[in-house]
Every structure is written in C-alpha cells, then in structure tokens.
Ligand binder design. Structure first.
Ligand code: NAI
Length: 329
C-alpha cells in the first residue's frame, strides 16, 4: 500500500470535525487504496471532543486509518502534514463587531499559518473552513511566506454544492446532468451564484429555469441557505459542510477532469479580481493544482455582482492589514 497521507483537522472536537473524520478515515477523501494518518488539533476546551472522536474512530476499525494523534499546539499538529483542514475558528456571534471578529481570528490563523510554514510537509495543501473563511485563509497564507500561495484555499464548495442542488431541485433534473455553475467572491451573503454558463443536459440553465428566478430568488436562496438550515434544523450546516470539504480536497488531489467547480484561491488577477485576494472562482483541478477556468464572458449583471462581493473581500483584507494581522506587502 502507498505511504499514508497525513491530514490535520483543526477544531476536530467540534461538529464539522465529527462529521468529517469518519468519512476521511473511510477513504472518501483519497479513494479506497490510500491510507490516511489523522492529526486532530484542538484547543484545551475542545480536546475532550477530539478524544471522544478518536475513541470512536478506533471503534470504526477503518482499514485505511494508519494512525490518530491529538495535539493542542499548532507546531505539533501540523508537523509533516500533507493536508490541513482549518475548521476551528471564532465565528461571528450576535452583537460582535467585525474588528473583534477579525482580531480573534487573526490570533488563530496567524500562528497556524506560521506553524504550517515551519513544520508542514513540502507539498502541504490547506483548506480553510472556519469563518470568515476567505479572510482567515488570507491571514494564514500571508503568514506562511515559504509555502506557494496557491496551496491556500477557502471553502466555497458548500455554496457551490448548494447552488447545484437547488438548481437540480427547481428544474426537476439530476445533479449529474448539471455543469458550469460558479460561485464568485466571498463565502458570505454577498457571494454570486452564477448560472450564466451553466447547462442542464446541455441546455442553458437560465433558459430552463428562467432569468427572473435564476438571477433573482435563486441567488438569494443560495446565499442565505446557511440561515435557512439554522432556522429549519435548529443548528448550523454540519454534515453538508464536512461533505463539501471532502469534495474540495478530493477534487484537488484526484482532479476534476472536464468539469469545473468553485474554489476560493489567491487571485492572480483573472476576471478583474485584485491579485492576492482569496476569492471564489470557477476552477478545474489538474495534476494536484487548481486552474482557473479561462475566457468566460462576464456580462454587466455578473460584473456588478462579482465586483460587490470582491469589494467586501478587499475591505476585509484592508482591515486585517491595518490591524497588523498580515505582514505588509
Ligand atoms: P464547532 O463550534 O462545533 O467546532 C469548532 C471547534 O473548533 C471547537 O471544538 C473548538 O474548540 C475548536 N477550535 C477553536 N479554536 C481553535 C484553534 N485555535 N485551534 C484548534 N481548534 C480550535 O463549530 P463547527 O460547526 O464545527 O463549525 C466550525 C467552523 O466552520 C465555524 O467557523 C463555522 O462558521 C464554519 N463553517 C464554514 C462553512 C463554509 O462553507 N465555509 C460552512 C459551515 C460552517
């Protein structure tokens, strides 16, 4: 069998960790022939949750699970890691100022970025799930100057999967018949789920579902799906978030082929997104790297939507830069 791939999951004692670990151990991330070594990184308050999950992982008797280690320091947690899922964060709570939110996360993702820079494997790939995911990813990336920037990504795959799932539901189509959906911008309510290039069984999606819905209520529904889940379920998205994180890493490792998906990655300036911002774009995964889909026509409606979400990301970047949470360029 090949050497195990080491996967570090931060916030492993939390809800998304609990939903993700068992599927990673079962082979959902790298396929049925690839062993994995799990590193669970927690803070002291969360370590019991990680220990409990580790006991249950043993009880899963997963043939592909080579080892389980628990730690509470980033230096240990990221030592030799190939894939880092940064799930633990300080999400916004009611009444919290944005500056406080960004400062609290700077205190998490700055040190984690530095630990990844110093201790992770040369081929490390990072996916930030913890919110505000795009800006947390930017903080980590900018604190890891020796790691190629494009190895840092943030999760907009859940938004992408929501966009595909809701389109399939509306059209009475199968997910497998849908392609060309894109999430642009920030993992926030300003995101732009774009059907301009989407097809359903080869037909233009906007013709099938109509522009009024596809460029109206649909966008609102996808962007606010997290709130809808909280209202109906009485708790935030957990299993679908874990599922999306696994989809993201699996595609990154194994490739997407012709299809494209949505990934937040450091901009190289494509589609007018300022260089360096970690923004969601359509991308293929090829040979272990992401390639932004080139040459898509962006009409005036899409342009305005993309620009608005990117402006929000630029404002967050300026704020964390002003707070000294990312080094000056
Ligand atoms: P949770 O509160 O159940 O678990 C978070 C865990 O992270 C806790 O066990 C906590 O002890 C741990 N943690 C906090 N700071 C840490 C640190 N510095 N190092 C290591 N561990 C740390 O939350 P849940 O439901 O698992 O969600 C996790 C994050 O994912 C939240 O920020 C949430 O907003 C975000 N999220 C992002 C989505 C996306 O699409 N990007 C979708 C759904 C959730």
């Amino acid at each position: 069998a090949p050497q195990p791939i080491t996967v570090t999951v931060t916030g492993a004692g939390g809800q998304i960790g609990y939903a993700a670990l068992f599927r990673i151990a079962s082979g959902a991330m790298f396929g049925a022939d690839q062993p994995v070594a799990l590193r669970l990184l927690e803070i002291p308050q969360g370590v019991k949750g990680a220990e409990g999950a580790a006991l249950e992982l043993i009880d899963g008797a997963f043939p592909l699970l080579a080892s389980i280690d628990i730690s509470t320091t980033p230096d240990e947690g990221f030592a030799g890691t190939n894939v880092a899922l940064l799930v633990g964060s300080r999400p916004r709570t009611a009444g919290m100022e944005r500056a406080d939110l960004l400062a609290a996360n700077g205190a998490i993702f700055g040190p984690q970025g530095r630990a990844i820079n110093e201790h992770a494997a040369d081929d490390v790939r990072v996916l930030v799930v913890g919110n505000p995911a795009n800006t947390n990813a930017l903080i980590a990336q900018r604190n890891a100057p020796d790691v190629p920037a494009e190895r840092f990504t943030a999760l907009t795959r859940l938004d992408h999967n929501r966009a595909v799932g809701l389109l399939a539901e509306r059209a009475g189509a199968r997910v497998a018949d849908i392609s060309g959906v894109t999430i642009w911008g920030n993992h926030s309510t300003t995101q732009y789920p774009d059907l301009s290039h989407a097809t359903i069984s080869g037909r233009a999606a906007l013709d099938v579902v109509g522009e009024t819905w596809g460029r109206g209520a649909y966008i609102e529904r996808v962007a606010n799906r997290g709130a809808e889940i909280i209202e109906v379920r009485g708790g935030s998205s957990v299993a679908s978030a874990a599922n999306a994180a696994i989809d993201h890493v699996r595609d990154w490792a194994l490739g997407t082929g012709e299809a494209w998906t949505s990934v937040s990655l450091p901009s190289t300036g494509a589609y007018g997104i300022p260089e360096g911002l970690i923004a969601s774009v359509p991308a293929h995964a090829v040979d272990g790297g992401w390639r932004v889909v080139e040459g898509l026509e962006i009409d005036a409606f899409s342009r305005a939507k993309i620009d608005a979400s990117v402006a929000e990301l630029a404002a967050e970047r300026d704020q964390v830069a002003a707070m000294g949470l990312i080094p000056a360029e």
